[in-house]
Ligand binder design. Structure first.
Ligand SMILES: [Mn+2]
Length: 567
């Protein structure tokens, strides 16, 4: 197979370090057998066997197990699939999410007490004692040591499944702690997301009870694919395999709720959706429920038993989604003007931004921070009032490539009530009277983090000719998907490209170009590049960095370039 690869693809894979023919073949494979071979044995994970043992014993003793999720897509898909698995394995279990008013995020004293009392727990079998003996967290819990200790004193055992980094140390108060990042954990895929971890736990319990054959855990990978893509975890080999298998399941055997979701997102039925379609059209619909702190809606949709039920939950989700879009627009505009006011006289941005508003909503902080970070190329925290804690801000942070938010936050830890996250995205709780101090300390930490990193050179990872951007290459590139962290969409570059025509489109924000290299013509679109029109002219020779893609217009399908940089 490798000899049939187009030159530009070989060069790309070479530059990414895949030159071994076997590794290459697997990297491009969507065959179920190849992909299943990439799924790692979970018993290498510290705490894993202990967690399975506890759940099997709880099943024997008919003790109530409550799955305690969290509000993002990863947490919600993980909660849904673990419930489906444990129920099929015969465990007496229900699920819950933190309550909207007052419980905060993750495992809290209030939410654990509520599990003990059996309040607000959905999905329990009829006649079951609603009060929990065990709580299994999904996608949360590594920062909840004190809460777990307190619950334990009241007779509630906690199994933590999480993939985040803790604030200071991992909670050894848990009966079992599963997090690939913890010290002494031999599990090789440190990029596994919360839903992936929950899936492995559910599958192991199903296998141990002999129910795996009948209940088909592979089908639930469709939920793991959503969680993995939405959480922006690095696309390691195992994660790529989980996503590809899950995307196939989405097409071949969608759950009723997923089918409704795909329909609503206008994904063509019967096709394997692209990762990008999932991230831009499918998961945001689930996310809106979580961000508005009504994640129950999303989970009920995912657990719908039939199309009729799924349609009902989908309608409610759509209403919520529209409310969220309105909030998003208003807060983005306000945050943008705050950010502009902090720029220097020549428009140069500060090292980082900490923006806040009393009428802002935590449900859109992350997306607003993302937009500001992209617009200015600087790390951003967006702070909104905490609905449960009037004296505190809740913040969502987004960073830019090369600047580690987690390290910067760790330097501010003494000012924060709660914090956690990754290099590129993080969250925090902060007392209002500490906000100014935090702002100053955070800017200093970011300044130090950025010192010594040189400015970016010209963009592009692989040189190519425009003539190479053809249907054959695009077909091969699809096989390399999904794109995301650690497997970015390839950026090609070409020199000596002549501008044949150029026009500003979309109220002047974007740039549409006709381009020529030797006798090869191709169209290009540069989103957000409208401002560069004034320094470009027809006939000029430029260097381009771009991603090739399909453009469908009036039934005609042709290759176009999505232009990222013109120099
Ligand atoms: Mn997660």
């Amino acid at each position: 197979m490798p000899e049939a690869l187009p030159r530009a693809l070989s060069a790309l894979l070479d530059s990414r370090g895949f030159s071994d023919p076997d590794a290459l073949r697997l990297r491009l494979s969507w065959e179920a057998d190849d992909l299943q071979g990439k799924i790692l044995d979970p018993s290498a994970m510290k705490g894993f066997d202990r967690a399975v043992e506890i759940l099997l014993a709880a099943r024997e003793r008919r003790e109530t197990v409550v799955i305690h999720g969290d509000y993002d897509v990863d947490g919600m898909t993980g909660t849904a699939l673990l419930w489906l698995s444990l129920r099929r394995a015969g465990v007496q279990c229900g699920w819950t999410l933190p309550r909207r008013d007052g419980e905060g995020y993750g495992l809290s004293d209030d939410s654990l007490d509520r599990c003990l009392r059996g309040e607000g727990v959905e999905g329990l079998p009829e006649g079951a004692d609603p009060g929990a003996t065990w709580v299994v967290s999904v996608d949360t819990g590594v920062t909840a040591g004190p809460q777990i200790l307190r619950a334990r004193a009241k007779g509630l055992g906690v199994i933590v499944t999480d993939h985040h980094l803790p604030g200071e140390s991992f909670p050894d108060q848990a009966e079992a702690l599963l997090d690939p990042h913890q010290e002494g954990c031999a599990y090789a895929n440190k990029g596994l997301c919360g839903a992936g971890l929950a899936w492995k736990l559910g599958k192991a319990v199903l296998e141990a009870t002999g129910a795996a054959q009948a209940s088909d855990p592979m089908r639930l990978l469709q939920l793991v694919a959503l969680g993995t893509l939405a959480d922006m975890v690095p696309l390691t080999e195992e994660n790529i395999a989980l996503v590809r298998l899950g995307l196939r399941e989405l097409r071949e055997r969608p759950l009723p709720g997923i089918e409704e979701l795909l329909l609503n997102a206008k994904i063509k039925p019967g096709t394997v959706p692209h990762g990008q379609e999932i991230v831009f059209r499918v998961t945001p619909r689930l996310n809106s429920a979580g961000r508005m702190r009504q994640g129950e809606l999303a989970i009920r949709l995912l657990l719908s038993a039939n199309a009729e039920e799924a349609r009902r939950w989908m309608d409610e989700l759509e209403d919520l989604n529209q409310k969220r879009q309105q909030l998003d627009q208003r807060i983005t505009a306000e945050a943008m003007s705050q950010a502009l006011a902090k720029c220097g006289p020549g428009g140069e941005p500060p090292q980082a931004f900490v923006l806040s508003g009393d009428t802002w909503h935590e449900g859109v902080s992350g997306i607003v921070a993302q937009r500001i970070a992209e617009r200015f190329g600087r790390p951003v925290f967006v702070l909104a009032p905490d609905p449960g804690q009037p004296s505190e801000w809740r913040g969502s942070g987004r960073s830019v490539p090369g600047t580690d938010l987690h390290i910067a936050l760790s330097r501010c830890a003494h000012l924060l009530e709660k914090w956690g996250g990754h290099a590129q995205a993080a969250g925090l709780s902060l007392r209002r009277d500490k906000a100014e101090e935090f702002r100053a300390e955070f800017l200093r930490a970011i300044e130090d983090a950025r010192a010594g990193t040189s400015g970016p050179g010209p963009a592009g990872e692989c040189r190519a000719d425009l003539a190479e951007m053809d249907a054959n290459l695009l077909g091969w590139l699809e096989k390399l998907e999904p794109w995301g962290p650690a497997n970015p969409a390839p950026l090609f570059w070409t020199e000596s490209v002549k501008i044949v025509s150029l026009a500003r489109v979309g109220e002047g924000k974007h740039l549409r170009l006709s381009l020529r290299q030797e006798d090869h013509d191709v169209d290009g679109i540069g989103f957000g590049l409208g401002g560069q029109a004034s320094r470009l002219s027809v006939g000029q020779s430029v260097r381009l960095a771009y991603q090739p893609e399909w453009n469908e217009f009036r039934g005609r399908r042709q290759v176009q370039l999505r232009i990222k940089e013109i120099t």
